[in-house]
Design a protein around this ligand. Structure first.
Ligand SMILES: Cc1cc2nc3c(=O)[nH]c(=O)nc-3n(C[C@H](O)[C@H](O)[C@H](O)COP(=O)(O)O)c2cc1C
Ligand SMILES: Nc1ncnc2c1ncn2[C@@H]1O[C@H](COP(=O)(O)OP(=O)(O)O)[C@@H](O)[C@H]1O
Length: 311
């Protein structure tokens, strides 16, 4: 056991540090640079990240919610070649750690040979540490530091908060442009009110995780990855105001499909926003609208779907 710990500590390591919520196109630039440095240095690539972004812990009222669950953050980090993840908890003790203490902690933990971060990287209590702090420390420690310039998209910096704002605003296309893939959720199918089938629109229902950013209420063209295939869908995010309001759900009707999905899990990609959810005075009007939504969703997906973005 002791030997295993020693071996981990002795392994040459390149660290990349950040929140990485989204693992968006900007993060991918940082991760690619870090992977290349690790390969050059015959080192492992270790990502140091938080289980919850410090923003969520410090100012929860001003925080829109996470783009990714931790499982998804891990999945997308590993897809970029990260070998291991060190998860930090945003505890009071962790948030009070000075910038130098934070770097000491990393140095004591691994045989660090390099560190790759984004240009705007801040760390330590009150975000006092900057790339310059890191570079100064690295000179003595013998680390190579690379700070990666922030990626821009049409004049805007690609950032997790821009993507959260796009999802909140019902702009999945904009979110996808910044993310480099469609925003998605991966959840199990729950039981609803068993009403969908009586309307001719059975819907697979998912809960919205409270820690996650909530997409704007309304109807979306979506795609699900299920059982190795992609299914076209039309999804309502909302509270079903035409009937009795329920806590916000994500309900998807798959026009070209019929099977029992209860308890099954699938990844649902948000491709386009079609309209806000409405309260109809008659069920027949809702059903007519749902037919129209289905046609529009299928048309939209036929015209615009980019399968490579379903990741
Ligand atoms: C494409 C689509 C659009 C929908 N639009 C609305 C809407 O505008 N207003 C509303 O109250 N419910 C809307 N719904 C939700 C339906 O009311 C809901 O699917 C139905 O009540 C079945 O609920 P159940 O899954 O709990 O059985 C929509 C559902 C779908 C699939
Ligand atoms: N084409 C389809 N799209 C979505 N769900 C379907 C489809 N065909 C069958 N189902 C099944 O029907 C269930 C939804 O029926 P519904 O009456 O809306 O019940 P609930 O209110 O429990 O969601 C889904 O969870 C799934 O198991």
């Amino acid at each position: 056991m002791k030997r295993a710990i020693y071996e981990t500590a002795a392994r040459r390591t390149v660290l990349t540090i950040g929140n990485f919520d989204g693992v968006h196109r900007g993060h991918v630039e940082v991760l690619r640079t870090a992977r290349a440095l690790a390969d050059r240095e015959t080192a492992r690539l270790v990502a140091v990240t938080f289980t919850k972004t410090p923003k969520a812990a410090l100012t929860p009222e001003a925080y829109a919610g996470d783009l990714l669950t931790l499982a998804d953050k891990e999945k997308y980090l590993r897809l970029q070649g990260v070998d291991e993840i060190i998860w930090l908890q945003p505890t009071v003790a962790q948030m009070r750690q000075s910038a130098t203490e934070f770097l000491h902690m990393l140095q004591n933990n691994r045989h660090v040979v390099g560190v790759v971060v984004g240009e705007n990287f801040r760390f330590g209590a009150d975000a006092q540490g900057t790339v310059t702090t890191l570079q100064n420390y690295a000179k003595d420690a013998g680390w190579e530091v690379i700070s990666v310039p922030l990626l821009q998209d049409g004049g805007d910096v690609v950032s997790s908060s821009e993507i959260r704002a796009a999802i909140l605003a019902g702009e999945p296309e904009r979110a996808a442009t910044l993310l480099g893939r469609y925003w998605s959720i991966d959840e199990a199918v729950l039981h609803g009110d068993q009403r969908g089938r009586t309307l001719g629109f059975p819907t697979a229902n998912m809960a919205l995780h409270e820690d996650r950013v909530a997409p704007r209420n309304g109807v979306y063209a979506t795609v699900a990855r299920y059982d190795g295939t992609l299914l076209k869908g039309v999804t309502n995010v909302g509270t079903n105001p035409t009937f009795t309001d329920v806590p916000t759900r994500v309900e998807t009707y798959f026009p070209d499909f019929s099977a029992d999905l209860y308890g099954k899990q699938f990844r649902l990609f948000f491709v386009a926003y079609l309209r806000p959810e409405e309260k109809f005075s008659e069920v027949a009007a809702l059903v007519a609208q749902m037919h129209n939504d289905t046609d529009r969703a299928l048309h939209n997906l036929t015209e615009k779907l980019n399968i490579d973005m379903c990741r």
